[in-house]
Design a protein around this ligand. Structure first.
Ligand code: ADP
Ligand code: ZN
Length: 624
């Protein structure tokens, strides 16, 4: 891990205002959801429990106060990989952070201790067992300064709960922090919303006096798409075809299925690796490492692949088998889209999955009462898969949250079963296919119909066609849905030789539609305004469609930025997202800042990153 940048930060005393820290260090303009209230509470010396979904922004809740309060912040975290990522990201932002763990080289440990004893370290990540072992607590208490410790943050706090699924006995001992350091704020954080776990955290960590902060558990940028299971393998390949180059996870139930699917995906040209408990430790950690540090890797896994995946740019999570409960589904799909950019949770399901799951429960050694609970959880999952309306409403209501309007970003909303007469749009589409010469794909056809001003349209002279811009009655998503469905009906078919190109299906059928002798009735997603209205309800910060905020980003420029980032990450031996998140690259490509001052306004570029990367970025942006 690089140590460059550590210690380069301004001293905490000069950075006391939380908004200023947010902008200067992390490069963000506004706090999200309850972040600000939490940050102010902790800066004021308060303790508490934060319940926030994955990707909600828990880290800033303690990182900002850590930089606003005097003294060292101690962050308890269960996994080395998580600690390393966080430390690398903080150092990139110019914060003096370090991690104490068993994989640390002796020299690194020495440097860390030197920084610590000199009062120079701002955040220290440590595992619970390391924190409580030996005399570490005494040494922390004896650090220089009138207030040596700024706060304790206890991440993944649900590990303290024996009821939950990630129980770690070491966590229980963390209760002593309250007794040993009554004046130091303690903030416990988790993404597990279950009320019983919550109560257990408060009791065991002695947070009764603290405040509970509950964020919405909605993840508006995740699109839930459920499909009837027919040929899971073929369906998966078709789904993945829209996700080439994307990082993602495919969950399957058994090890043998995982191995087979991974091989199939490799055969279809995907960079797929298998992950399950039957593989050796070395093979598993190699898979995890590749997934973390490269982009475009698809991990095919059993649920053994889970905890500790904080990769922000997972673009899809696919299930080819039913998970075991709605909680498990929510947690597994929650690994997608932590960066707030659009992501997909895709699942095939069918009645055939259920008897096997019931049998697993019945055949287990669990006591009868436990079996009853498991059956109940399975029932809740089935009512989710069988729902005909909005998936998100069902999901959130299961977690005790009401969503008044349908979400507009799930299959229930986007592909409602009610049919409308789309004969006229179908005619327009068929003539657009004919006039552009039977060779373009859906995206270009939609651009022509909607009268977009793209380079490809200008190059082809398609703005001169009579079909240019005549498709205003439907929006992009609706046109795409129409194209998919007409392809499914055989009115359009893929060009045999072309990647993604479309041509007419059998001429007689097409002509019947064009002459109005045959009407076309299909279900369409609701129009864009309605989708936007309902999906912007939780504050646009995480909303889908980043391009809507800044305009379209040039894909070539994005690719160039990504290549540059890969090289930076390689040189510094950190994962690419530690250098910049995708979101930052997209914003850069769309806004094309021309000066350092403009660069500094881009989300995710704080003072340290501006200084380190600013010139190189301006050169890259100017040269394209
Ligand atoms: P969690 O730990 O809750 O899963 P993280 O702390 O990793 O989530 O944050 C998720 C993502 O959201 C990160 O990419 C983080 O940089 C980003 N983020 C968090 N807070 C903000 C904010 N106020 N403005 C912009 N981005 C934010
Ligand atoms: Zn919905």
């Amino acid at each position: 891990m690089t140590s460059s940048g550590a210690g380069a930060a301004a001293t905490p005393a000069t950075l006391a205002e939380p908004h200023q820290v947010l902008r200067q260090v992390f490069g963000y303009d506004a706090f999200r959801g309850p972040q600000e209230a939490i940050v102010r509470h902790v800066i004021g010396g308060g303790s508490g429990l934060v319940l926030m979904p994955t990707g909600g922004g828990k880290s800033l809740c303690y990182q900002v106060p850590a930089l606003c309060r005097p003294g060292l912040a101690v962050v308890v975290s269960p996994l080395i990989a998580l600690m390393q990522d966080q430390v690398a990201a903080l150092r990139q932002a110019g914060v003096a952070a370090g991690a104490l763990h068993s994989a640390l080289e002796p020299e690194e440990a020495q440097t860390l201790w030197r920084q610590l004893n000199a009062g120079k370290l701002q955040l220290l990540y440590v595992s619970p067992e390391r924190l409580l072992a030996g005399d570490l607590l005494e040494r922390l208490a004896a650090l220089p300064g009138p207030e040596p410790l700024s706060l304790f943050a206890i991440d993944e706090a649900h590990c303290v709960s024996q009821w939950g699924h990630d129980f770690r006995p070491e966590y229980i001992q963390l209760g002593v922090l309250a007794e040993r350091f009554p004046a130091v704020p303690r903030l416990a954080l988790t993404a597990t919303a279950d009320p019983r776990t919550r109560t257990e955290i408060v009791e065991r960590l002695q947070l009764q006096e603290g405040q509970v902060f509950l964020a919405s558990f909605d993840r508006p940028n995740i699109r839930y798409l459920l499909r009837d299971k027919q040929e899971p393998r073929t369906q998966l390949l078709r789904f993945l075809d829209d996700h080439r180059q994307d990082s993602g996870i495919v969950y399957a139930r058994s090890r043998s299925r995982v191995d087979k699917l991974a091989a199939d995906l490799r055969g279809a040209g995907f960079d797929a690796v298998a992950y399950h408990a039957g593989l050796g430790a070395a093979e598993r950690s190699r898979a995890l490492e590749r997934f973390r540090s490269e982009s475009g890797v698809v991990v095919v896994a059993t649920i053994a692949f889970g905890m500790g995946i904080d990769k922000p740019d997972v673009r899809f999570v696919a299930h080819v088998d039913l998970p075991k409960s709605l909680e498990a589904y929510y947690q597994e799909t929650g690994r997608a889209g932590r960066d707030g950019l659009p992501a997909v949770a895709w699942m095939v399901h069918g009645p055939g999955d259920v008897p096997q799951l019931r049998r697993f429960i019945d055949d287990s050694d669990a006591p009868l009462a436990q079996k009853r609970i498991e059956h109940g959880k399975l029932d809740a999952l089935i009512s989710f898969t069988d729902a005909t309306g909005c998936r998100r409403q069902v999901l959130l209501s299961h977690f005790g949250e009401a969503l008044p309007e349908p979400c507009g970003n799930c299959d229930g909303c986007l592909e409602p079963r009610a049919r409308t007469d789309v004969t006229v749009p179908a005619q327009k589409l068929l003539s657009a296919v004919w006039r552009t010469g039977h060779r373009f794909g859906a995206a270009h056809l939609v651009d022509v119909l909607l009268g977009a001003n793209t380079e490809k349209i200008r190059a082809q002279g398609h703005q001169e066609l009579s079909v240019y811009g005549i498709g205003g009655e439907l929006d992009k998503e609706q046109w795409k849905s129409l194209i998919r469905q007409m392809t499914g009906m055989g009115l359009l078919e893929p060009v045999p030789e072309g990647r993604g190109g479309l041509q007419w299906g059998p001429e007689a059928e097409v002509r019947a539609v064009l002459r109005g002798e045959r009407s076309v009735e299909l279900p369409l997603p609701p129009p864009r305004q309605e989708r936007r209205r309902s999906s912007s309800r939780s504050g646009g910060a995480q909303g889908p469609g980043a391009s809507a905020e800044w305009g379209e980003a040039d894909p070539e420029l994005v690719a160039a930025l990504k290549a540059w980032r890969t090289e930076q990450a390689r040189q510094q031996a950190v994962p690419p997202y530690v250098v910049f998140h995708d979101r930052t690259l997209l914003e850069l490509a769309a806004r094309r800042p021309g000066s350092l001052a403009e660069l500094g306004e881009v989300g995710g570029i704080g003072a340290a990153k501006l200084e380190r990367y600013g010139e190189a970025l301006l050169e890259l942006l100017g040269g394209q």
